[in-house]
Design a protein around this ligand. Structure first.
Ligand code: OOG
Ligand code: MG
Length: 253
């Protein structure tokens, strides 16, 4: 199997908004190979001038695992090209079949060199915010195995981040909602993210270290969705709210 060839298939699928069949149906590959494909795909983006801005965690909640039929936590890389301004606008044509999900985002204050213990994490974080992740799997019908989705950079496509607030350790039980034109589409609790979203950040430090990826000052870490993701629709305003943290939104045209 040629890792670079597969990376190119995903990159083309994203650029041409043309989904591909599950790679794992045609060739078997390991989780480590899947992360190598992800890295090769991100390298193509970095060669075009994009820059890593942080990481995202995926399948940190039961709701997400159930929706997508997988059982393990995953992580992907975020680049500056994925940032959507809070209150900004995206064009539906940019996507294959995008979905949105409500999340919590952490901002890293100093470089992280290894795995950080849960209790020490606040030394490395200077902000937290309500966020929306836009996911747009490069696979037909969002159908993938764990290895497939990891290779596809965990469906990462867009990130909207609300205003930063001072981090709090007590975010275990916050209401998280996703609405389209103020109509409620999904509702969950921050408790659904590993019992405490800080645990997701802890896992990010462990996995980044394990795979040799550096988490740097200024990076953002998305903790993963607490609810199932919902297909976005043209002509709507998509908003998320996390009780006690804030809100954010974007418009789809
Ligand atoms: C994979 C991405 C999972 C999350 O927050 O759990 C994820 C997908 O559902 O396509 O971003
Ligand atoms: Mg997500």
């Amino acid at each position: 199997m040629d890792i670079n060839e597969i990376a190119q298939i995903f990159d083309n699928a994203a650029i041409n908004t043309n989904p591909v069949k599950q790679i794992s149906e045609a060739i078997k590959f390991s989780l480590d190979e899947a992360y190598a494909i992800q890295k090769a795909m991100i390298d193509l983006r970095l060669k075009r001038g994009e820059r890593i801005i942080g990481l995202k965690m995926g399948f940190t909640s039961e709701a997400k695992m159930r929706q997508m039929g997988v059982r393990d936590m995953i992580w992907g890389r975020l680049t500056d090209e994925m940032m959507v301004e809070n209150g900004g606008t995206v064009r539906m044509e940019k996507y294959i079949h995008a979905r949105a999900e409500p999340e919590i985002c952490f901002r890293v204050s100093q470089d992280i060199e290894g795995e950080v213990l849960l209790d020490d994490l606040d030394q490395y974080v200077d902000g937290m915010a309500c966020a929306i992740e836009i996911i747009d799997s490069r696979f037909e019908n969002f159908k993938f195995s764990l290895e497939d989705v990891v290779a596809d950079n965990c469906s990462s496509t867009g990130v909207v981040v609300g205003d930063w607030i001072t981090p709090s350790r007590e975010i275990k039980n916050l209401k998280m909602t996703l609405s389209f034109d103020n109509e409620l589409k999904a509702e969950g609790s921050s408790f659904d993210i590993l019992g405490d979203p800080w645990r997701s950040l802890q896992a990010a430090t462990r996995l980044a270290y394990q795979y040799g990826e550096k988490i740097k000052a200024g990076h953002i870490i998305m903790a993963g969705a607490s609810t199932a993701a919902i297909f976005i629709e043209k002509g709507t305003t998509v908003s998320a709210e996390v009780g006690g943290i804030g809100k954010c939104s974007f418009n789809v045209i």
